[in-house]
Ligand binder design. Structure first.
Ligand SMILES: Cc1cc2nc3c(=O)[nH]c(=O)nc-3n(C[C@H](O)[C@H](O)[C@H](O)COP(=O)(O)OP(=O)(O)OC[C@H]3O[C@@H](n4cnc5c(N)ncnc54)[C@H](O)[C@@H]3O)c2cc1C
Length: 381
């Protein structure tokens, strides 16, 4: 049996009983849905060895090839399995610990991620440091064998459910820009950490402000050498889009199908301008899939190249246009919620949340700068 067949039959068997209610729950813009059942599902997946497939066997992974990981993500999305609650651990901090951690750190932090027992959040952005991340002001100093951390992070996705946060902090007083930063691993459940949810225009809160006021973590919980955090932080960003990209495509296809179905129902499919936009959107979806496959090929060959920026720019701009199209095909019904408790429908939520796609994981302007400078060799703007 291939890995694809194995995961397909495992999902068919296990997304049943108590977990059948979890189908389709969660994901960007819908992280508030069914957290508890999704956490239980994450642990079930972990028990069966279906998390962290690409990790080395000694840390509980399967050393699956990129193609096998893609097959997993495609089957997972096809089965409408619930969005993973452990994706920041599996996709961002896990690979960073594997590549930049000590053996002791790997043994401490990797198994609970793999088993779905510890969830993580990413503490990079601050009120004065977003695109320009080197402006980080949060500071930490060593005192009595512990790092003591003071400062504020913002837009911290899922901090309200996270057990740990990886925090970029200034540990050399007076240092500037990307020098003198350290990459600290900080437990969230302690008196010095306060999490305040930010209400988004979808009405839900997926990200937060996080205040550190004398928060503490052990001196050993620094990834890479103290003062060398920038290099480690950049490595984490490099993992931000990997094998899960092709699973994302299947989610996009499903959303697109819903837009077409709605256009048929409301009569928008008869409108020549909207028909044109629907066809254009479909064509771009096909191009995106082919480009994602090409990116996978170059990732298997080694270092990610500029296609990562091109891919991010392309999918996020496309998805935002799909959100606008989703509103257009609904006509007037897209402008109102159905009645108390005024829940948004899927297409309204798609429209509102897709506005964020061109901001997180590097805004479109930043991606264009990267493509201009590193691929086209244009001078800095
Ligand atoms: C849904 C969502 C989830 C997020 N989750 C997290 C998280 O978990 N952890 C975390 O640390 N952060 C998170 N972020 C924050 C995200 O990384 C930042 O929003 C992003 O880096 C942009 O930074 P900023 O918001 O400070 O905007 P700014 O950097 O202030 O940018 C404002 C505008 O100026 C433009 N701009 C900035 N610099 C340039 C330039 N050099 N050239 C041209 N244009 C420029 C930008 O493109 C943007 O349009 C999240 C954001 C969103 C929307």
């Amino acid at each position: 049996m291939t890995l694809r067949e194995e995961i397909r039959s495992w999902l068919a068997e296990h997304l049943s009983g108590e977990f059948s209610a979890a189908r389709g729950l969660g994901g960007p813009g819908r992280e508030h849905e069914g957290h508890d059942i999704r956490l239980a599902w994450e642990r079930r997946l972990g028990e069966a060895g279906w998390t962290c497939l690409g990790w080395p066997k000694e840390y509980g992974g399967r050393e699956a090839t990129l193609e096998e990981q893609v097959a997993f993500h495609e089957e997972y999305a096809r089965a409408a399995a619930p969005a993973r609650v452990g994706h920041i651990g599996e996709g961002l901090i896990g690979p960073t610990v594997i590549d930049h951690g000590t053996e002791e750190q790997r043994r401490r932090f990797l198994p609970p991620i793999r088993r779905g027992e510890e969830l993580w959040c990413q503490g990079y952005s601050e009120p004065g440091a977003g695109s320009d991340l080197a402006g980080v002001q949060t500071r930490a100093r060593l005192q009595d064998g512990e790092w003591v951390i003071t400062g504020q992070k913002v837009w911290t996705s899922l901090a309200h459910v996270a057990d740990w946060c990886f925090v970029l902090a200034r540990t050399e007083p007076g240092s500037q820009r990307h020098r003198g930063l350290s990459y600290l691993l900080v437990p969230m459940d302690q008196p010095g950490v306060e999490v305040r949810p930010i209400v988004q225009m979808t009405g839900t809160s997926e990200f937060n402000e996080v205040f550190f006021d004398g928060a503490r973590t052990a001196a050993a919980n620094v990834l890479g050498a103290p003062g060398e955090g920038w290099r480690v932080a950049m490595a984490t960003l490099g993992y931000e889009r990997g094998a899960s990209t092709l699973g994302q495509q299947i989610g996009f296809q499903r959303e697109y199908a819903k837009v077409v179905e709605t256009a048929r129902r409301t009569g928008a499919a008869q409108d020549p301008v909207l028909r044109d936009r629907l066809v254009q959107s479909w064509l771009e979806l096909q191009i995106m899939r082919l480009n994602a496959l090409r990116t996978m090929t170059s990732l298997s060959a080694g270092e990610p190249g500029p296609e990562v920026s091109i891919g991010k720019l392309y999918w996020s701009e496309w998805h935002r246009r799909l959100g606008e199209l989703a509103q257009a095909v609904q006509g007037r019904e897209g402008l109102v919620a159905d009645g108390p408790p005024y829940e948004l429908n899927d297409l309204q939520r798609l429209y509102l949340f897709s506005r964020a796609d061109t901001i997180y994981a590097g805004s479109s302007e930043i991606q264009r700068n990267i493509i201009a400078e590193r691929t086209l060799g244009l001078p800095k703007g």
